[in-house]
Design a protein around this ligand. Sequence first.
Ligand code: SAM
Ligand code: SF4
Length: 357
Amino acid sequence: VNDRSNSASETPRRSALPVAHDASVGVSDSAARELRDRSGRRVDYLRVSVTERCNLRCTYCMPAEGLPAAPDTAALSFDDIVFVAQTACSLGVDRIRLTGGEPLLRRGLTELVRKLRAETDVRDIALTTNALLLPKHAQALRDAGLSRLNVSLDSLRADRFERIARSRLLDETLRGIDAAEEAGFGPIKINTVIVHGFNDDEVDLWMERIKERQWIVRFLELMPIGEGAALRRLGGFEDVSALRDRLIDSHGIEPTDAPHGNGPARYWRVPGGGMVGFITPMSQPYCDTCSRFRLTSDGRIRPCLAFDVDVDARPAIESRDSQALRRFFGHAAEIKPSGHQWHGGQTTSTGMSTLGG
Ligand code: SAM
Ligand code: SF4
């Protein structure tokens, strides 16, 4: 276990991690078919980072100069990732999301989707992307068996986009969304981090565009992860639960039971077309329903976004030792924290682009 805690008092210390074997937690025997953590939560969803590199520099995610990202030659190979997915499936994982960094920068990503579809039992293969490379790849991804994709877009205004993403590529991003729709991925789901003082005044513009394009837009709260921790200290946190209440009054959004994804968002119908969702890790945490693990591009299993603790599974992956890898997954389940402690001032030092956001 690697404990990369940046805040000794607020993150679990190595000595605090459970070491005694508990037959009801993790992987209790070689025939076990599910992963369960100490809080009784079942893990059935894996987010796989395929690269740390990115072609944007979003203010809350990356420093302006970028991060010294490991080259893709240091990343797991596609066959490694397929092996991890097969092993995870044997433990009940049936949904995978490819992410990063910017996953479409990883050369041949379409081939990985094809392999995951052909060689694993994964039911749902999704992608999170900034959309810049979708005009080139959307159709091939669809043909390879990608189930769904989410686009991250924080502003519809060129000046704001430039401030947040440190790039002038808003039109290219919008063209990427068009390409995804043309390839049959609609209705497009968009993730928008609401940052106080940056884009919190754009919600009406979003509502217009949602109706026009029938988009599903999820408003996310900024989390104190990586660069996001500094922004929060500057007052960048926006309470998205309060935004939801405002939209009920101002735009008449109506609740729906529709399960439109694998995550924590709850969806509301927008009169006139489209939907909105709200992801509220800070104002209304949902850790008690967390069912996910993350795999970093260099083969570490990360049981919780909030704590700098991971399990280095690379030796088991490279030696194709499925029993050892199952044990690593089991151990990650054993040490999965019950919830974040961000309200106590805890921050997470590893940035989202490394974690696989
Ligand atoms: N590059 C791809 C993209 O932007 O969609 C995939 C990786 S990105 C790290 C995944 C998601 O993490 C994006 O939607 C981004 O907005 C979100 N994210 C990054 N840092 C964040 C933070 N500190 N708080 C909340 N969301 C964050
Ligand atoms: Fe890149 Fe995504 Fe991070 Fe923006 S949020 S810098 S697009 S990894």
